[in-house]
Design a protein around this ligand. Structure first.
Ligand code: NDP
Length: 446
């Protein structure tokens, strides 16, 4: 069984899951050489085994809305691989969620988690529930109902979910409360809990901050810093907010945010006061467009933020939000660094464009791994029942992001293909893959 025949099988079996096929092909395109260097990988059919999740759990979620009407949603947990630790990965609540989207996210998560150097396998879950327009009580009832089913399949040493799109600290707290109620166990079964009842400091900031720490390492390779650089951010949620904040701390000038309705531009740059306003406004489900009346700038309804001169682009919203055309716009506007805060925000064609044009490109599985890394640290803190300070955890986050950067760079230099720029895509795939593949070889065929 070769890598190519494994892909053919995925394409045949899962033609209706395009995001999953995209994620599998991206990894496959970068590991041919390391596969050839390690004949045992083919002998043990490592790639083929990794293309099929250990299991997909699918369930119904019944809940009652504010009118007393029964609502029915679909729920999933994809337990992809526990080769190097318990299944670990977030829960997404969004109407676009389906099995294929969760399989792409779970597949990516296997390699991302390996890159952190922490003992975590890969998983992902969620529901097609749409939190938008729901009352606080409806969200609480949905979270309780979701966990009433999910709790049968998770545990601190089995599977440890966290947040993702539509699932933040509030939702994790509701789900943890139901888990605790049903099992009578106070354990590290979910990460992203509130600080003071099992949560870790810096988890909220970790993905966005970690992304910018990774970017800072990319800049250092070229003897550059963020000072004075113009940065385009997409999204206005958890990852986008803290990426913008850390970029500001390191001297960058962030000029865009966006959401599902359009793009906000402020050519003067977002200050801490402006970012705080956006945090509060989005937390109350208000429109980003309201910013203009408060601070000026411009609201571009239905548009994406890739149309301005800049040095750095940080896509932090969702998958496939940067098309081939958008990537060409980034090239035209002088962008030299693209680091993914979201999971797979660039289409396969967009990745080709940025790599062909000498842009340093960091894939999400490396650049946004800070969130799951701090989740891993939350699991350890829960186990030993001792909590670390913000500063200590921030230091650990910086070290982990530097290690991911350096390991991806080294593997990229050995196995990569881009000329004159570090091949972070190949490097991250190879570094994450080899660790998991070695474990699978060691286990035989289980
Ligand atoms: P949030 O729910 O906090 O924010 C998501 C943001 O993306 C919102 O601004 C939302 O707009 C926007 N968005 C969602 N769907 C679309 C769309 N189809 N088109 C345009 N904009 C869209 O999620 P997070 O910030 O947590 O997650 C963002 C990305 O980062 C996801 O890809 C996620 O998987 C990834 N990620 C998150 C981690 C975390 O720790 N949270 C860890 C690693 C990766 P609106 O407000 O209008 O809905």
């Amino acid at each position: 069984m070769t890598i190519q025949s494994a892909i053919a099988k995925v394409e045949q079996n899962y033609a209706h899951q395009p995001e999953f096929i995209q994620a599998v092909k991206e990894v496959a395109s970068t590991i041919e050489k390391v596969y050839a260097d390690n004949p045992k990988f083919a002998e043990y059919k490592v790639f083929e085994r990794l293309c099929e999740p250990d299991r997909v759990i699918n369930f119904r979620v019944n809940w009652e809305d504010d009118k007393g009407e029964i609502q029915v949603n679909r729920g999933w947990r994809v337990q992809f691989s526990n080769a190097i630790g318990p299944y670990k990965g977030g829960l997404r609540f969004h109407p676009t969620v389906n099995e294929g989207v969760l399989k792409f996210l779970g597949f990516e998560q296997i390699f991302k988690n390996a890159l952190t150097g922490l003992p975590m396998g890969g998983g992902k879950g969620g529901s097609d529930f749409d939190p938008k327009g729901k009352s606080e009580a409806e969200i609480r009832r949905f979270c309780y109902a979701f966990m009433r089913e999910l709790h049968k399949n998770i545990g601190k040493d089995m599977d440890v979910p966290a947040g993702d799109i539509g699932v933040g600290g509030r939702e994790v707290n509701y789900m943890f409360a139901m888990y605790k109620n049903l099992t009578r166990e106070f354990e590290g079964v979910l990460t992203g809990k509130g600080v003071g009842h099992g949560g870790s400091l810096i988890r909220t900031e970790a993905t966005g901050y970690g992304l910018v720490y990774f970017l800072d390492n990319m800049l250092k390779v070229n003897n550059e810093t963020l000072v004075g650089k113009t940065v385009l951010v997409s999204g206005a949620g958890n990852v986008a907010q803290y990426a913008a904040e850390k970029a500001l701390h390191l001297g960058g000038k962030v000029i865009t945010f966006s959401d599902s309705k359009g793009t906000l531009v402020d050519k003067d740059g977002f200050t801490q006061e402006k970012i705080n306003w956006i945090k509060n406004h989005k937390a109350n489900n208000q429109s980003l467009a309201d910013y203009v009346a408060q601070f000026g700038g411009e609201w571009l309804a239905g548009q994406r933020p890739w149309q301005f001169d800049a040095d750095v682009a940080l896509p932090c919203a969702t998958q496939n939000e940067v098309s081939e055309e958008d990537a060409k716009a980034l090239v035209k506007h002088g962008v030299k660094y693209v680091a993914e805060g979201a999971n797979m925000p660039l289409t396969a064609e967009a990745i080709d464009v940025v790599r062909e044009h000498g842009i340093a490109y960091a894939p999400g599985k490396a650049a946004n791994a800070g969130g799951v890394a701090v989740s891993g640290l939350e699991m350890s803190q829960n186990s030993v029942r001792r909590y670390k300070s913000f500063e200590e955890l921030d230091g650990q986050l910086q070290t982990i992001m530097k290690n991911i950067h350096d390991n991806s760079k080294v593997a990229g230099e050995k196995y990569g293909t881009t000329k004159g720029v570090v091949d972070y895509m190949t490097g991250a795939n190879v570094a994450g893959f080899v660790q998991v593949a070695n474990a699978l070889v060691a286990y035989g065929y289980l």
